[in-house]
Ligand binder design. Structure first.
Ligand code: ADP
Ligand code: MG
Length: 327
């Protein structure tokens, strides 16, 4: 329902909320919103990297979540795939299904969306607007050099396995939202930001292009996502649970095993997991300092299949629904 009582048409929605004049330009976008297609021109020596992500209310974000946050998080999740490929962001398209025309909601959504575009260097070049359940689909387009990209399939035996940032924060945020975890306000605000305002590691992905053998972004949880690298590379990975990077907030809480388990299995952190050949490992610390981002070695690529977790003594640890089982 619009504030004025008159429902906006699809075209009014688009021109009011989605033709952002952010002043941002990208030379690759020859023609943006307004025609039947957008036109992209790909510079010589580059390839187009494309990825799409859908967020459904009640499934990917809580029902009645703040619109600006939902918008920001959806763009961030999509841009994170560009980061994991080493691609430089260019442009996005947005398919928006809305149950009703609520201008307060749309204004907040548009503001969060625009902020994310600016933060990640994307231009909105088109989209689709329909009536239906609240579903937000964002497609992102980026550029990678012809001769390089960070694939899942190129990890080698002996590579060091690294992760960026901290793991488990977004999963812990869900416990705060559900009331299962009660924290002081600065701590819950930190976790809330980590869930709703993830920072796709775009600069890191591009810096890793000449260095890393493989990379993936952590959207489903470290075990699952590192498992994809292992499987696609025909390798196994061994990681040490004591080396998993936990944020100062999670480190300060009792029940360390619970947070380690969230760091292994919780999704939505949008950090990068990547593997680096031994000769390049020393460069990682320099990148961490340049980017002011922790980059933590958590294990190695070995022969075999799957992901094995080790404790501090090097014993294999297995996970079940209730926690760790040592054997
Ligand atoms: P068509 O009917 O040809 O698919 P539309 O009428 O859906 O075109 O859209 C008109 C223009 O507005 C197109 O350029 C389209 O990309 C753009 N557009 C539609 N919805 C959105 C949106 N939510 N965000 C950005 N651009 C949009
Ligand atoms: Mg058309």
């Amino acid at each position: 329902m619009s504030g004025s009582g008159k429902t906006l048409s699809e075209f009014e929605i688009i021109s009011r909320y989605f033709i952002h004049d952010t002043g941002a330009h990208n030379a690759a976008v020859e023609l943006g919103i307004g025609d039947d297609c957008a036109l992209l021109s790909i510079p010589a020596g580059q390839r187009l990297a494309v990825s799409i992500d859908t967020a459904i209310e009640g499934r990917h974000f809580p029902v009645a979540a703040p619109a600006a946050d939902v918008a920001y998080r959806t763009v961030a999740a999509a841009a994170s795939d560009l980061a994991a490929m080493g691609a430089k962001p260019v442009a996005a398209t947005l398919a928006l299904s809305l149950p009703e025309v609520n201008e307060l909601w749309l204004a907040a959504f548009s503001q969060g969306f625009k902020q994310a575009l600016q933060d990640f260097g994307l231009v909105l070049m088109g989209g689709d607007t329909t009536k239906g359940p609240l579903v937000i689909t964002v497609q992102v387009h980026g550029l990678v050099p012809n001769d390089k990209a960070l694939l899942r399939s190129a990890a080698k035996v002996g590579d060091a396995v690294f992760v960026s940032g901290y793991l488990g924060d977004a999963a812990a945020a869900l416990k705060v939202f559900s009331g299962e975890l009660a924290l002081e306000s600065a701590q819950s605000e930190y976790l809330r930001q980590r869930f709703y305002r993830p920072q796709p590691r775009l600069a890191l992905g591009q810096a890793l292009l000449p260095i890393a053998n493989s990379a993936i972004d952590i959207s489903d949880g470290l075990l699952a996502d590192l498992g994809h690298i292992a499987q696609r590379s025909g390798m196994a990975a061994e990681i040490n649970i004591e080396q998993l990077p936990l944020s100062p907030v999670l480190s300060s809480l009792p029940d360390r095993l619970l947070w380690q388990r969230l760091a292994l299995t919780g999704g939505d952190d949008y950090e990068l997991c990547f593997t680096v050949p031994p000769a390049q490992v020393d460069l990682i610390q320099t990148i961490a300092e340049q980017q002011n981002l922790p980059l933590t070695r958590i294990g190695s690529v070995v022969t075999g299949e799957g992901v094995r977790c080790l404790d501090a003594q090097g014993n294999v640890v297995s996970l079940d629904a209730t926690g760790y089982q040592h054997f």
